[in-house]
Design a protein around this ligand. Structure first.
Ligand code: 9MR
Length: 608
């Protein structure tokens, strides 16, 4: 984003830092599950192993051993020692780990360590709803209550010149796109990023149904206005976004002038008329960036629909297909509406396969993606799982992603794994040989990510060759989803422990000694980049509620915000982070990041 377009960057106030002192023994700050891996890390220059002792609450020693010297670690920039308490599993609180001359904070071994986090992580979505007043009773207290934002939200298409001088033609209609979730620290609503978030909530539901697990989100378990309607609370939350997706679909009979086949915004684009019926608008968002803070109800910017994209259309096709099979027995008319939308979106994407989101305009993010082969595959997989129709099976078989092994790490521009996971989770008519190959691709990915643990000191199942990217915490948790599914399908303990390693990193086993989740752990993230949870910028506004995930260390885009710029060249990848509201490339929050936090914490809460 060009700097000049973010007016609030003009003055960076000196902000106070409230969080407690770091502790040299880094471990998961909410505790260990008795049956799974229990690891801690310390940075120490010693080349020889250090003795460690585990003491219980009364001070008595219950286990001891020697550290494993990992040595110099480029991910953290430290000389790392690893401690493995794995064999010790007695539940209790007030344990302390002593490593050489260092002592940990007290910690717990507790089968219920994740019981609360799953609900907080889900509540994030309620609190980020657009088009509805957020009520104290559901939000955890009056400080998080706020009037509805963007209600109603009736928008027409943006028109006029973008920053490169291309003249966008607009559209001949107004859509009522009230509702949905705000994306992140900003209040844009984006179909592409909403798609992976929505899929993740629905997949969590479908996995529990497929494995016949009791749902922790059975009606009334979560704090939601829909509690008591007889429907699983995960589905209630997901439907808020699904309804919005359905509103983003271009009306039948619409012809729009668009630059088809162009992957990058450039001066002098040629606009041709296409039949855009059934496509989805890429986003609805502000005309200009709003300042920080701006509670949603105080946003005075004009909101526009931005041009439809093939990627958004396929995100709609995929998630509406999920909707069609999930609600078939719960709300048949809604399911039928979803199926109609999904099939129209698929047809529209086939008709217009190369309409890329190329222009960011200047009040919202881009979410541009030049490779839509994975979006086509994902949508085909969801439609096939729902309908069993030949057309979708043929599209699957023609896709390189169907045979890919290992299957890839999910992210908003990389959605092939979502399709493959669905084909493994949801009953369908694929022959056993195809399912066996998909399963082998999943296991190959899980094995590769376990191998990554030996490539970094903190044993994170993540070792990107070129540094930590924007939203690295969610990349790690998305890997954890696949590791968890690999455990579901094989029962291999190493995969379960890989999930734990990922979550341990998120909750404090990192060189910053930080829990990246607000309200959880001794040193949680407190000051996200967010326009309403901005207590530090305006004392009348609240801090983040509990259960909000920071995007996390980002060593690859340190030029993007003023805080990151100051760290350039000075931080090892896992250290490129700051708990600062202006650090939008490091410390923003987002629906596609909290979704895997919800998925993985729910999965871990099941391990009792
Ligand atoms: O998550 C997105 C990341 O992968 C991109 O590198 C980055 C820059 O384009 O944008 C991130 O998405 C942001 C979006 O554009 C606007 N809302 C906030 C999102 C999270 O920072």
């Amino acid at each position: 984003m060009p700097k000049s377009l973010r007016p609030w960057l003009a003055a960076i106030p000196l902000l106070c830092v409230a969080t407690g002192e770091p502790n040299p023994v880094h471990l998961n700050q909410i505790g260990f599950l008795p049956e799974a891996a229990k690891r801690a890390m310390v940075a120490d220059p010693s080349l020889a192993p250090l003795p460690w002792r585990l003491r219980d609450a009364s001070g008595g020693e219950v286990a001891h051993g020697l550290t494993e010297v990992f040595g110099d670690d480029s991910a953290s920039g430290e000389h790392v020692h690893r401690i493995d308490l794995g064999a010790y599993s007695k539940p209790g609180s007030g344990y302390r780990l002593i490593v050489g001359d260092k002592q940990s904070r007290p910690f717990a071994i507790d089968a219920g360590a994740y019981d609360r986090l799953q609900y907080s992580a889900l509540n994030y979505f309620y609190q980020t709803r657009a088009g509805i007043a957020i009520e104290a009773a559901f939000a955890g207290g009056p400080i998080w209550a706020r009037p509805a934002g963007h209600r109603p939200e009736k928008a027409t298409c943006v028109s006029g010149k973008d920053s490169l001088g291309n003249d966008w033609p607009g559209c001949p209609y107004i859509l009522d796109v009230t509702g949905g979730w705000y994306d992140a620290g900003d209040q844009g609503k984006y179909v592409v990023n909403g798609g992976i978030a929505l899929w993740t909530l629905l997949d969590l539901y479908e996995r529990q149904v497929a494995l016949d697990r009791p749902s922790p989100f059975a009606d009334g378990k979560a704090a939601l206005p829909e509690a008591g309607n007889g429907i699983n609370d995960l589905l209630d939350e997901a439907r808020w976004e699904m309804n919005f997706f359905l509103e983003m679909q271009v009306p039948e009979g619409t012809r729009l002038r668009m630059p088809a086949g162009v992957k990058r915004d450039a001066p002098g684009l040629v606009f041709n008329e296409v039949d855009a019926s059934g496509m989805a608008h890429h986003k609805v968002a502000d005309e200009h960036w709003t300042g920080l803070p701006t509670p949603p109800q105080l946003d005075r910017e004009t909101r526009y629909l931005f041009p439809p994209s093939t990627a958004a259309t396929l995100n709609l096709a995929a998630t509406a297909a999920q909707c069609a099979r999930i609600w078939r027995s719960i709300d048949p008319p809604f399911a039928a509406r979803c199926l109609g939308a999904a099939e129209r979106a698929w047809t529209a994407a086939k008709r217009n396969p190369e309409i890329y989101a190329i222009a960011e305009f200047n009040g919202s993010g881009g979410y541009g993606d030049g490779d839509l082969s994975d979006e086509f595959y994902w949508a085909a997989a969801e439609l096939y799982a729902t309908t069993g129709r030949d057309e979708y099976e043929q599209a699957l078989r023609a896709s390189p992603h169907f045979a890919a092994s290992p299957i890839g790490e999910p992210g908003w521009p990389h959605v092939a794994a979502l399709g493959s996971l669905t084909l493994l989770t949801v009953r369908n008519r694929l022959p056993p040989s195809d399912k066996a190959r998909l399963k082998a691709g999943l296991i190959a990915a899980a094995d590769a990510w376990l191998a990554d643990e030996s490539r970094n000191g903190y044993a994170v199942p993540y070792a990107p060759a070129n540094g930590y990217p924007w939203g690295s915490n969610a990349s790690i948790l998305n890997r954890a989803i696949l590791l968890a599914r690999a455990f579901d399908l094989t029962g291999k303990p190493a995969f379960r422990d890989g999930v734990v390693d990922a979550m341990d990193y998120i909750l404090g086993r990192n060189p910053l000694d930080r829990s990246f989740v607000s309200g959880y752990g001794a040193r949680p993230m407190e000051h996200p980049h967010h326009r309403f949870w901005a207590h530090q910028l305006d004392p009348k506004l609240p801090p983040p509620p509990p259960g909000v995930l920071s995007g996390g260390p980002n060593s690859t885009s340190l030029g993007a915000d003023p805080i990151g710029r100051g760290m350039k060249g000075k931080c090892a990848p896992q250290m490129c982070w700051a708990d600062h509201p202006f650090a939008f490339s490091l410390n923003e929050v987002a629906i596609n990041w909290n979704a895997p936090l919800l998925w993985v914490s729910t999965w871990l809460a099941e391990r009792r």
